[in-house]
Design a protein around this ligand. Structure first.
Ligand code: ATR
Length: 284
């Protein structure tokens, strides 16, 4: 029986997951397909229940369903529980388990692609939404020494800082005002943008959360936004003389971990990356 995998989200117009997941399945000769399953919030429960069927291996979960699926599952892995979001559902014998591979996917992408060791680093994360939460969780487990959350709405940064605090990890919350950024950004060796600033088609496609004059030439700038590949934020990091890394690798690594959980086979990263680049080029 041909097995099925897919991605649920709403809307799902621009998802690149079927292109690179399908390429991985074909490359390994796995008799399965990866489909796009646009799922409106009102049909989410029914859709998730259908994943218990014998031919479904699992599904990737994207916005806006990452929290809403949690009560619909039989169990939730610790990482997903701590982050409060599930981005993969795995079906094993009719039992559904929720996982979060965004956090390990982010870590793998800065460690393996950008060759950056977060242990002991001084990091600034821009944004305080769901993506920030996964990134901060990842940096906490990787042992950063100092972490500052910079967000347009200061209260949201403060809430997230206290939610992520532990005995040895106390994030600092600041606003995006120049004064606040001046106290933190120049000392950071890792800067991560998780806001939607710079996102094509988003509310502020030409904006960056910070300007080059505040950025250290020793910093790595990582943008969770991957469309476009060259974002306004990454341009500021480049002007400052820092290194840059695109969130496109996080998309691949979160998908690779999900693929491995669902199929039990090692994901062919290069094949997935090539397929993703080809699909993007075809879209332009
Ligand atoms: P996600 O789950 O992808 O992180 P989200 O929860 O909607 O998405 O969070 C979006 C983030 O981008 C928030 O930190 C938001 O800032 P606020 O908390 O102040 O809303 C930030 N953001 C979005 N548009 C922005 C803009 N034009 N300027 C600055 N920050 C922006």
């Amino acid at each position: 029986m041909t097995k099925r995998m897919g991605i649920i989200g709403y809307p799902l117009g621009h998802t690149l997951s079927p292109a690179f997941q399908g390429a991985a399945l074909r490359h390994l000769g796995i008799d399965a397909t990866f489909e796009s399953w646009p799922t409106a919030p009102e049909s989410l429960a029914e859709k998730v229940a259908s994943f218990r069927a014998g031919d479904v291996l699992g599904a990737c979960v994207t916005l806006p369903h990452k929290q809403a699926v949690i009560p619909m599952l039989d169990s939730v892995h610790d990482t997903a529980k701590s982050i409060g979001a599930v981005n993969w559902i795995v079906n094993k014998g009719g039992k559904l388990t929720g996982h979060n591979t965004d956090a390990p996917g982010f870590l793998r992408s800065i460690q393996e692609e950008a060759k950056f060791d977060p242990r002991g680093a001084n990091a600034v994360v821009f944004g305080a939404g769901g993506a920030a939460r996964a990134v901060i969780y990842a940096l906490r487990t990787a042992g950063v020494a100092r972490l500052t959350i910079a967000n347009r709405t200061l209260e949201k940064a403060q809430e997230l800082a206290s939610a992520m605090s532990e005995r040895r990890f106390k994030p600092l919350a600041i606003s995006l005002s120049r004064e606040d950024l001046t106290d933190a950004v120049p000392y950071a060796t890792l800067l991560v943008n998780t806001t939607s600033m710079g996102m094509a088609g988003g509310p502020a496609p030409d904006a960056s959360p910070v300007t080059a004059d505040l950025i250290s030439a020793d910093a790595l700038g990582y943008d969770a936004v991957y469309a476009p590949l060259e974002t306004p934020f990454l341009r500021e990091v480049e002007i400052a003389g820092g290194r840059t890394a695109s969130g496109i690798t996080m998309l691949i690594y979160q998908g690779a971990e999900g693929f491995e959980l669902c199929t039990g086979q090692k994901a062919p990263i290069k094949v997935m990356m090539n397929a993703l680049m080809k699909a993007r080029a075809g879209r332009k």
